[in-house]
Design a protein around this ligand. Structure first.
Ligand SMILES: NC(=O)c1ccc[n+]([C@@H]2O[C@H](COP(=O)([O-])OP(=O)(O)OC[C@H]3O[C@@H](n4cnc5c(N)ncnc54)[C@H](OP(=O)(O)O)[C@@H]3O)[C@@H](O)[C@H]2O)c1
Length: 263
């Protein structure tokens, strides 16, 4: 099936690694032009080299999604690069905060809420006028199943994720009049830099594969393994596609069946 993304322009935040990088690759494969950002210029340059797309198809810029001026400048440069056009936005940049309540400071709460909310609201504010002008505008917010099943070891992230799921629903209603669809993907455990860093920090003596298998078993992942970034990317691309024109305000769990809730 032709997903209708060829020659569309999509902005993906946090495209230098993991889910963002896989999403950029999947969109380029569909014929879309892609703009992406991250905080680290070297990591972005390596990702661009790895993707092998020319600057006519891929635009990269350094910015932190928490900085509204920086995001605004990045979005303006990206739109200008692609002829003043942006059709879709993937709010993906971010990371989780592994701390239980008693280790969590007031600053942790503030930082986590700022990252999660500004990671959606800053790109939206900067891209909204361009999205409004598109005839097939879509936003996908990359969220976590933590939004629906909080984990106490990730207390700030779980609470912030629930807020983002709620916000996504409101945005779907608010932006429908602008012709902009808004959906979410809720991730379980996906094998990306987040988990390689945790494996290194855990220093268990287990190899990465063995550690992952144990993790999946401990967390009750029905499919018995961590997900792959491209498995998330396919869900994001499907939601961005104009073929999904009647889907808004919903979320898709990409989590290998972790958890027992029916939500
Ligand atoms: N992997 C999982 O199991 C999992 C589960 C649930 C939810 N998620 C969510 O999925 C999204 C992608 O995570 P991932 O696993 O693919 O992580 P990752 O491999 O660490 O990639 C994160 C990407 O976001 C960028 N980034 C991080 N903070 C940023 C900021 N403040 N401003 C701009 N760019 C920023 C990173 O580049 P720089 O570091 O250079 O900025 C990188 O490109 C995140 O929002 C994460 O919380 C992941």
């Amino acid at each position: 099936m032709d997903l209708g993304l060829a020659d569309r322009t999509v902005l993906v935040t946090g495209g230098s690694s993991g889910v963002g990088l896989a999403t950029v690759r999947a969109l380029l494969d569909e014929g879309a032009d892609v703009a992406t950002c991250g905080r680290d210029a070297d990591r972005l340059a390596k990702a661009a080299a790895h993707l092998g797309a020319g600057s006519d198809r891929l635009f990269t810029g350094v910015c932190d999604v928490r900085n509204s001026d920086g995001v605004s400048e990045f979005v303006e440069r990206a739109a200008a690069h692609f002829g003043g056009r942006l059709d879709a936005l993937v709010n993906n940049a971010g990371q989780s905060r592994m701390k239980p309540l008693d280790e969590t400071t007031a600053e942790d709460w503030r930082d986590e809420l700022e990252l999660k909310f500004s990671g959606v609201l800053n790109p939206l504010a900067a891209a909204r006028s361009y999205l409004r002008a598109s005839d097939a505008a879509a936003i996908v917010n990359v969220n976590a199943v933590l939004a629906k099943q909080p984990e106490t070891r990730l207390i700030t992230t779980s609470a912030a994720r629930a807020g983002i799921l709620n916000l996504s629903k409101s945005l779907a209603t608010e932006l429908a009049g602008d012709g902009i669809r808004v959906n979410s993907v809720c991730l379980g455990l996906i094998d990306t830099g987040q988990w390689t860093r945790r494996h290194a920090a855990a220093d268990t003596g287990l190899g990465y594969e063995e550690w992952q298998a144990q993790l999946a078993a401990d967390r009750g992942v029905a499919l018995g393994r961590l997900g792959r970034a491209e498995e998330v990317a396919y869900a994001i691309v499907a939601l961005l596609s104009p073929r999904a024109s009647y889907i808004t305000g919903t979320s898709i769990d990409v989590c290998g069946g972790v958890g027992r809730g029916i939500l």
